[in-house]
Design a protein around this ligand. Structure first.
Ligand SMILES: C[S@@+](CC[C@H](N)C(=O)[O-])C[C@H]1O[C@@H](n2cnc3c(N)ncnc32)[C@H](O)[C@@H]1O
Ligand code: SF4
Length: 387
């Protein structure tokens, strides 16, 4: 049997910008609305301090990807983005072919800054388009129209060699025919990458309350499955197969940064509410920073970092996380790595049963991956293998 290819070394840096112009009713990301102007220069100084502190714990790493996420990082001035990227370059070694992605909201105001972001070093942009019709955008509480979103996509195409955009599907009242048409339009506008998320009703959001009260009807399990299958079929036919449960790319155009998470590699989390996974002296640290932006800011100014929790994962936790993240990928996982992390091999009987059910396959090179039939029940597959 041919063994799986060894992993290329990678080190990602995630930077969180926690502000938005308004809060979308479905979103539970760490994003906050402020009615006073944000002191970006002060935040940029705090980012540099936290970067310096984190880099001191992770000396010798070469940064292979940077991701500016949010919130809405495209509310930042290009000079703030430039300062953050400069700080990363000052404190870590950065690979010459580093991928630098930035999330952007597709409003015309944000798009006018794209040239500035490119000049600052950003080489990939990910736009939160969410839907391509105005009625859906309105019901999702978005501040932009479909036309504005497509205009922003066109600007992204001109300015950046690499861009992606996000859509949310399995929306209230969405039919398979409507979604097929919307998806085809999206693919015709996409270059190399699309993120397609099923609407999740997150606890604590306005959508959660409406849903619980029966005022927001989302597709049932059967309909969700149909919409998922449509997504897979249309994208694969049109050259954007999925490489992760919600992410589609032309071959070679996957988001390098997100692969770092799913492959269980190392990444630093900078900014309010950012998460990191660092390997220090043979231990895997799960790190999370203070979520409240102003508290994080003051904490960093006082102590040099905003870390709230820093826990060492035991071998079982590491192995479970590896399984949970890795099985989201089309390439699946290397069972030998699972064994090395957990100290025990995956149970051959469970593998056989899941294989007979058509939920997983074991490739000739030894990798274990979830099938198209298995993806809609991924959580159950992971729970079964991890048990
Ligand atoms: C952190 S958001 C950032 C993007 C940017 N702030 C925006 O909204 O345009 C990343 C993506 O997660 C997706 N997302 C957020 N909440 C979601 C939910 N409840 N269900 C499905 N997708 C969601 C959206 O597609 C969104 O673009
Ligand atoms: S979806 Fe994006 S714009 Fe909307 S609140 Fe969440 S992070 Fe902000």
């Amino acid at each position: 049997m041919i063994r799986a290819e060894p992993l290329q070394p990678a080190f990602g840096v995630y930077v969180h910008w926690p502000f938005c112009l308004s809060k979308c009713p479905y979103c539970d990301f760490n994003s906050h609305v402020r009615h006073q102007p944000i002191d970006e220069a002060r935040f940029a100084r705090a980012f540099e301090r936290e970067i310096a502190t984190t880099a001191a714990r992770t000396q010798g790493r070469t940064v292979t990807s940077i991701f500016l996420g949010g919130g809405t990082p495209s509310l930042m001035q290009p000079s703030t983005v430039g300062a953050i990227l400069e700080s990363i370059g000052k404190h870590w070694h950065v690979a010459p072919d580093v991928e630098i992605s930035m999330e952007a909201n597709p409003t015309s105001v944000d798009a006018t800054r794209f040239h500035g972001y490119r000049a600052a070093g950003v080489n990939r942009v990910s736009l939160g388009v969410q839907a391509l019709n105005d009625a859906s955008l309105k019901s999702l509480g978005r501040l932009h129209s479909a036309r504005e979103a497509l205009d922003a996509v066109a600007i992204a195409r001109k300015v950046f060699d690499r861009y992606s955009f996000d859509l949310i599907y399995a929306r209230p009242d969405q039919t398979a025919a409507m979604w097929t048409d919307e998806l085809k339009l999206a693919i015709s506008e996409a270059a190399e990458h699309l993120s397609l998320y099923q609407l999740t009703i997150e606890e604590g959001t306005p959508f959660f309350g409406l849903h619980a009260a029966g005022k927001l009807k989302t597709p049932d399990e059967g309909m969700s499955r149909i919409l998922y299958d449509v997504t897979q079929e249309v994208c694969a036919q049109m050259g954007l197969p999925s490489y992760e449960i919600s992410n589609h790319a032309r071959p070679g155009a996957q988001c390098k940064h997100n692969l770092v998470y799913w492959r269980g590699q190392e990444y630093a989390g900078i900014g309010p509410g950012a998460h990191g996974r660092l390997d220090i002296n043979g231990f895997r640290h799960a790190i999370a920073t203070e979520k409240r932006p102003e508290t994080w800011l003051m904490r960093v100014e006082a102590t040099g970092h905003g870390v709230n929790t820093d826990e060492i994962l035991n071998s079982e936790e590491r192995a479970d996380e590896f399984l949970l993240m890795g099985l989201r990928l089309g390439e699946g996982i290397d069972p030998d790595r699972y064994k090395a992390l957990s100290g025990r091999a995956l149970d051959p009987d469970r593998i056989r049963i899941l294989r007979d059910e058509g939920a997983i396959v074991v490739e000739d090179n030894g990798r274990l991956r979830v099938t198209q039939e298995g993806f809609p029940v991924l959580d159950a597959v992971v729970a079964d293998l991890a048990a």
